[in-house]
Design a protein around this ligand. Structure first.
Ligand code: SAH
Length: 362
């Protein structure tokens, strides 16, 4: 089966049944080790041993959606809700910039109280104060017009995981009011507008089969996102899926390796979910070819409230305060923090971007 890894490394593509073979083979130590080694050779060969850092600011935990897996779903009465003000967000950015972050990621639930005007204003304010930093948004589904306004105001990147590329599985994870087609449509719009676009899935989400994951791989292969976010599903006590087991770390690592071999230059984070589920999850993710980590830069008092899943890490090496510790941890496995902005504009075919940032001088 090692030859499948060699072939993926060479051609960046496999037949669907071969992806299935690799995913199912993730339980075998030697095969997973071989895949991870190939993936990190590719990553280090293309990108070196630097790992990009992104400051994650969780701006609101209000959400109008009711995703069955997510701890900040609308029906969860047990979360204390919060919403940061523009000034609080800017204060996080200032602190983050001083520490050395050159990318800010604004993530949140789909908070109906956050108007397009307000988000545009926040993006504008960050852009004015930090002209050289990247701004990433992860605020769920909005109108194309809204995405365009945020882009013009200076947002560079957008993260919107597709969660599953299988319509029936999407309906198992989300209430009927949420639309698979709408999410996919949004992803295409983001890319057309010119965002560096990120998508991805939870590994081992309830009802997920190998066949579903193969479809996710084929979707991502065709969509060619600049960023690919993968973490294990982790149950959250106050959701309908509280009793579903967490996803497999090994399958997550195999999937990371597959995507690194498929897209040698893509931005692939070693996610907080992976670091939460396994004590050495972050390092393992990097050793499987990931090249980004996203420490938490939210105000410490709010972090516990952004409880997507049980025991979510937001302190120590998962936090902005822990960068020295993170650097030591990376050094121990032969890597280091990269203080660069770390854009990835490809895989470019010149057809996608339709808008320009207003602040770029051309
Ligand atoms: N509202 C935004 C941001 C969602 S939170 C959006 O819809 O894009 C970011 C990601 O966390 C989600 O895309 C989902 O894949 C992941 N997530 C949510 N609940 C989770 C859980 N229980 N376990 C693991 N990951 C989870």
């Amino acid at each position: 089966m090692e030859r499948l890894i060699d072939s993926l490394r060479l051609r960046h593509h496999l037949a669907p049944e071969d992806y299935a073979t690799l995913l199912e083979g993730a339980a075998e130590g030697p095969l997973l080790a071989y895949a991870m080694q190939a993936a990190r050779e590719v990553a280090v060969g293309r990108l070196g041993t630097g790992v990009f850092i992104r400051g994650l600011i969780e701006i609101t935990n209000y959400c109008r959606n009711d995703c069955y897996y997510c701890g900040i779903r609308r029906s969860n009465r047990r979360v204390e809700r919060y919403r940061l003000s523009k000034e609080e967000i800017l204060a996080c950015c200032r602190l983050g910039n001083t520490i050395g972050f050159r990318t800010f990621v604004l993530q949140g639930g789909e908070d109906a109280a956050l108007s397009d005007d307000w988000i545009e204003e926040v993006v504008n304010a960050i852009r004015r104060e930090f002209p050289d930093n990247a701004i990433t948004l992860s605020l769920g589904e909005r109108s194309r017009e809204a995405y365009e306004r945020f882009f013009r105001a200076g947002a560079d990147r957008y993260l919107l995981r597709h969660e599953t590329a299988t319509r029936e599985h999407y309906a198992q994870l989300h209430p009927a009011a949420m639309s698979f087609d709408h999410r996919m449509q949004n992803l295409r719009e983001l890319k057309e507008i010119g965002y560096q676009t990120g998508t991805g899935v939870m590994v081992g989400s309830p009802g997920q089969t190998t066949e579903h994951l193969v479809r996710d791989i084929l979707f991502i292969e065709e969509f060619r996102p600049q960023m690919i976010g993968l973490g294990p599903y982790i149950p959250q006590n106050d959701t309908p899926f509280a009793g579903s087991p967490a996803g497999s770390i090994r399958t997550t690592l195999m999937l990371l390796a597959i995507f690194r071999l498929m897209f040698p230059d893509a931005l692939i984070p070693s996610t907080t979910a992976l670091a939460t589920l396994a004590p050495d999850g972050r390092e393992q993710g990097i050793l499987a070819g990931a090249n980004v980590v996203m420490p938490n830069l939210s105000p410490p008092a709010n972090r516990a409230k952004y409880a997507l899943y049980n025991d979510k890490k937001a302190t120590g090496l998962e936090s902005a305060e822990g960068l020295r510790g993170l650097e030591r941890q990376l050094n121990a496995i032969g890597y280091r923090i990269s203080w660069e902005r770390g854009d990835y504009r490809g895989p470019a075919d010149g057809r996608e971007a339709t808008l320009r940032h207003e602040h770029t001088k051309e």
